[in-house]
Design a protein around this ligand. Sequence first.
Ligand code: GCU
Length: 607
Amino acid sequence: MSESRLSWLPFLEKPVPADLTEPAQVAAFELSQVPGAGFRLAPDASLPEEAWSVAQGEIRGGRTGILYGTYACLEALKLGRPLPEGLQQPLYDSRMIDCWDNMDGTVERGYAGRSLWFEGGKFSYDPDRIRRLGRLLASCGLNVLCLNNVNVHEPAQNLIADWLPKLAAFAGLLRPFGVRLMTSIDFSQPMREDGPTADPLDAGVQAWWKECADRVWAAIPDFFGFLVKADSEHRPGPFTYGRTHAEGANMLARAIAPHGGKLVWRAFVYNCMQDWRDTHTDRPCAAYDTYAPLDGQFDDNVILQVKNGPFDFQVREPVSPTFYAMPRTHLALEVQLAQEYTGQQIDIYAMPPMWDELLEDLPPQTVSAVAAVSNMGRDANLCGHPFAALNLYAFGRYAWSPAPRAAEVIRDWVGLTYPGLTADERKTLAGLLLDSRSVYEKYTAPLGLCWMVSPNNHYGPSPDGYEYQAWGTYHKANRDAVGIDRTAKGTGYAAQYPPEMQAVYEDPATCPDELLLFFHRLRYDYVMRDGRTLIQRIYDDHFAGLEQTQKMAETLYALPLPEPDRTEARERMALQLHDAREWCDIVNTFFHRLSGVPDAHGRKIWD
Ligand code: GCU
């Protein structure tokens, strides 16, 4: 199945793998659907004959719980684990995957090939592959797919007007797997279609959206809803009319409410035209400043989707303070599986350790839905790097049941995907994946600085690349110091957190090392908790990151992965090694040239 390798899924393919047919291993179970798409296994019942056909996606009548239960059992059997006991239910009703696919076939921030369903300005796909995709998403518990980019580019704004039957056919392919369709819409659409305005308080605009929604749900009765990026990075929005984002979102929410639709409104709003000389505007403050005052004003079917951090999917950010400020709003946590700033599916970067840290700061009950920017594309292995599918699988597991357990989830994915490796080899690979985030962080962005990537394509080092740009992304390194003071004495950003978190972040002595330069401007001779100076720590981390990448490469090269994964992983590892060296040398040289401070260990830094 090389054209459409689906990573961990081959274990669900017929014929039934031999090791699942042993009577002792096919532990008896019976599935019963429970409300909310959960399932319960009855002990001592027999394996329902339908399980295998269910696993192939032949499910009827909306019994999604049975589907999830079947996958969970097959997965447990394959991993040699006990079957899940008792009631199994997802914490969140909406477990969304946002695809940034454009109708010309490109994928914004996509690193796994072209779009799986668009090409040449129209729909173009292999229905069988889309069905398999639906099955893959369901196998890890995901249930909503947004099929077009949040930046709605020509001609995608006409998806509803011109392509509704095609949308309905696409939705039909995913339906048997309990995956519902969503589209990104353009807030100014009524004007694009010759209306005089898109003002959300205008009766004509409201009627226009209502009629639009009626048409959509008549064609696709289980359509999930609309996703909106408004007043963000030059997208149209309610600000044009002097309206708030609650007024904008509620207008759309009311149009779709009669159909049970959800309106997902992104909180990624900031001034992307900032003058770099302006020291008062601080981009991380933006989402909180815009939305916190609106808490309680959003309709019940609005989901406000907030990125995990206040910037934009950097390798290290504090959790967004907006999550703590809106208890009366349905919030969705947005993460990015596409590794835009984290190696673009060239560098190995397993996300579960990052999500564990996130969950430590953000109790799962703080949000009511989760969304991830997709890392999928037309590549045969779906996610570009053979190991990148781990992030998709893991997102599904965390979305179903958010609890810190990176090691377990990584181990399971390795076990399902590479059953041919020995137990030791699987352990080695799982260990490599578990460490990959920390290694990447060390050779790229020191101590929470962010934005040292090359502008626009966001790959590779460019320490000053974003320094004089309009995106609000500055580190202000000079010969003495680096970082932005975001305490009460600086931009005040830290005050957006609840008092106990604020107290930790305000003081460099208590602020976690990894976030030190996110919250503070410090001199290079600042002495860190471990006794090293800040500048020495920057050098040491970069050298350590490079060294660990070299070790990682040796480990990877020695692993007998199956082909083509072995070749693909090796090829990408060679690039990662090269790029890790660039990162290490360029960032160290940058700080060395500014500060004039030599490395305490006399390692080579370029003058
Ligand atoms: C990032 C990314 C953009 C994307 C934006 C978003 O800024 O670089 O390509 O459009 O996020 O989340 O909307």
